[in-house]
Design a protein around this ligand. Structure first.
Ligand code: COA
Length: 243
């Protein structure tokens, strides 16, 4: 891992979607694949969270691309990463959902990965430590008192997942292969291996969630916004459309 000083810039907008409201998702906005994924959820709450997130994604992308939400040309890669095809392919995005919050990051050109986890204040992640971190970091985490261990684990986990999602492999790549910082002083530059892909990693945590964004190559100008379904649609994509 190195701290870089790259001047290349791009704008990424991160939209926060509150998944706690009761309004049902507008299923007509989604395509057949998305509806099939939604139908496969066992619990209705999970299905609705998926539906709300994908409605928000389609609304945001439809503004940016100036097409109706059902015509947003979404496809999914072989490791599961969704992307845009055709003339829209320079727009890049990634999303993550926790129980209460979804984050949708949208930019141009740079590959993006984002991850969000709720911190419920009590889950013990000890059993996952050895599968996620190199030995020295894992030993350090096991020695921490429970509250600090949970917080550091979630920081490390979300940061690794954001990088793995920017890369597109998800955790098909072994998360122990690359270290991430566990401190709070973001942004950082993370390299997967000597001469390998390089990512800017940004902490997006707040009082309710632990979250991180990874952007391949660029050091982004970051805008964080709350998504409201009824908002004037022209407002939604403006920061990206201007680029
Ligand atoms: C990608 C992965 C890290 C997501 O983890 P998660 O904590 O369950 O879920 P999150 O809420 O953070 O993110 C899920 C979203 O990431 C996106 N995503 C899925 N696979 C992805 C990948 N390989 N790279 C980047 N993003 C991906 C999708 O948009 C997904 O949301 P959706 O299903 O509503 O469209 C995890 O699924 C993983 O490691 N997968 C490995 C790849 C794999 O097994 N693929 C098999 C499917 S083909």
């Amino acid at each position: 891992m190195t701290i870089g000083a790259d001047d290349e810039q791009c704008t990424i907008v991160v939209w926060r979607v509150d998944l706690r409201h009761d309004e049902p998702p507008d299923w007509t906005l989604l395509d057949e694949r998305e509806r099939a994924v939604a139908d496969a959820f066992v619990y209705p709450d999970d299905r609705d969270r998926y539906g709300r997130t994908h409605c928000a994604l389609r609304m945001l992308l439809s503004d940016l691309l100036d097409v109706v939400p059902t015509n947003v040309p979404l496809a999914v890669g072989k490791s599961g990463k969704p992307f845009l095809v055709g003339a829209a392919q320079r727009v890049t995005f990634n999303l993550s959902h926790s129980r209460n919050t979804a984050l949708i990051a949208i930019g141009r050109a740079a590959e993006i990965g984002i991850d969000v986890e709720d911190d419920d204040g009590c889950t013990d992640y000890s059993e996952l430590i050895d599968t996620a971190f190199d030995r020295a970091t894992a030993e350090r985490l096991h020695r921490e008192e429970p509250r600090q261990r949970r917080q550091l684990f979630l920081r490390g986990w979300t940061r690794k997942e954001a990088v793995a999602k920017a890369l597109g492999s998800g955790f098909l790549i072994d998360p122990r292969r690359f270290p991430v910082p566990l401190d709070g002083a973001s942004p950082w530059t993370v390299r997967l291996s000597q001469g390998g892909a390089e990512f800017t990693l940004i902490d997006l945590s707040d009082a309710a969630v632990v979250a991180a964004l990874a952007v391949e190559r660029f050091k982004p100008r970051l805008l964080v916004r709350d998504y409201h379904h009824q908002r004037d649609r022209r407002q939604l994509a403006a920061p990206i459309a201007e680029q």
